[in-house]
Design a protein around this ligand. Structure first.
Ligand SMILES: [Zn+2]
Ligand SMILES: [Zn+2]
Length: 153
């Protein structure tokens, strides 16, 4: 579900947010964020807001795209309806589930998510560690913004 997490430098105003998976639809090749969580129409897949430590900025990262957009539940799919280039994001499930079973597509393998610009691993979830000084002031540490915490949309 689309929970958002907020981060901030402990010495300057640099900040970013990340999110858990959110439904989207391609319209004229533009990514449109769909209403959450009870969308009842076509869905192209799920994306997450992530932070790329290499590009040093927020990125939208596609987690999964569906072959048939008329999915009943955007948060699960049979393997056959997932575009093959996104199956790497479910390596654990690929081993554990026989071909015909549905896999929970919001439970992706977070270490497989890469930045669409530089192709390096991105930072998305609060239990991942971000070992990086602030890219803006270069001396502060990036910490979870306790004042804002996380919220669902
Ligand atoms: Zn800073
Ligand atoms: Zn990047």
């Amino acid at each position: 579900m689309a929970t958002y997490y907020f981060y901030q430098c402990n010495s300057c105003d640099f900040k970013f947010s990340t999110s858990e998976p959110h439904e989207f639809l391609y319209q004229n090749s533009e990514l449109i964020q769909l209403p959450h969580p009870s969308w009842d129409g076509p869905c192209s897949g799920l994306f997450a807001n992530a932070y790329c430590p290499t590009c040093k900025e927020e990125k939208k990262v596609i987690i999964v795209e569906y072959i048939d957009e008329n999915v009943r539940n955007p948060f699960e799919s049979v393997i056959e309806n997932i575009k093959p280039e996104f199956l790497k994001n479910y390596s654990g499930y690929m081993k554990d589930y026989p071909q015909s079973k549905r896999i929970p597509t919001e439970s992706y393998n977070y270490s497989a998510l890469i930045c669409p610009t530089c192709m390096n691993q991105v930072f998305c979830l609060p239990f991942q560690t971000l070992e990086q000084m602030c890219p803006k002031c270069t001396k502060g540490k990036i910490e979870k913004d306790k004042a804002r915490g996380s919220y669902m949309t």
